[in-house]
Design a protein around this ligand. Structure first.
Ligand code: SF4
Length: 149
């Protein structure tokens, strides 16, 4: 039986990104096949109930771990606070991981939800995790990004 793995929906070609596009990555499907993994597509921002397209979002303070700890801030480009929906999407994604028995995830690098090692804060790209990535990691789920393939 194939091992289930959470995969950022946009990496699989689903039009889930803030601007209504995907980030389809040809290596992803090949890798899933080679590794005999069963992809479970998730988009934390859509699971939060946000619309697609939606406003672009980035960190103002901290990263995903800081948002979970209560001292980070993720906002839209217009400055609207987005901590609550991002935390909701992260929790829904973790729920799906538990329902499907996923112990690993392949997530889109640099997203404010899915980023594994880097995120955007203001105009800079800095080390840090997205909100969902941080919650999954804290729950013991092993994370990779498309750049690891
Ligand atoms: Fe892709 Fe994650 Fe952004 Fe959804 S939240 S569009 S899955 S990077």
């Amino acid at each position: 039986m194939k091992e289930p793995i959470l995969v950022s929906a946009c990496l699989l070609g689903l039009l889930s990104r803030y601007d209504g596009t995907s980030k389809h990555h040809p290596k992803v499907l090949r890798w899933l096949e080679q590794e005999r993994l069963l992809p479970i597509p998730v988009c934390p921002e859509q699971l939060a109930g946000l619309s697609t397209p939606r406003e672009r979002t980035q960190f103002l303070v901290g990263d995903g771990g800081a948002v979970i700890a209560g001292h980070g801030k993720v906002v839209t480009c217009a400055g609207q606070p987005m901590n609550a929906p991002f935390l909701r999407g992260a929790r829904e994604t973790l729920k799906i991981a538990r329902l499907t028995g996923c112990r690993r995830a392949l997530l889109k690098e640099r997203s404010p939800s899915c980023g594994v090692r880097e995120i955007h804060r203001g105009d800079e790209m800095v080390a840090g995790m997205g909100v969902t990535a941080a919650l999954l990691a804290a729950a013991g789920i092993a994370l990779q990004c498309e750049e690891d393939l």
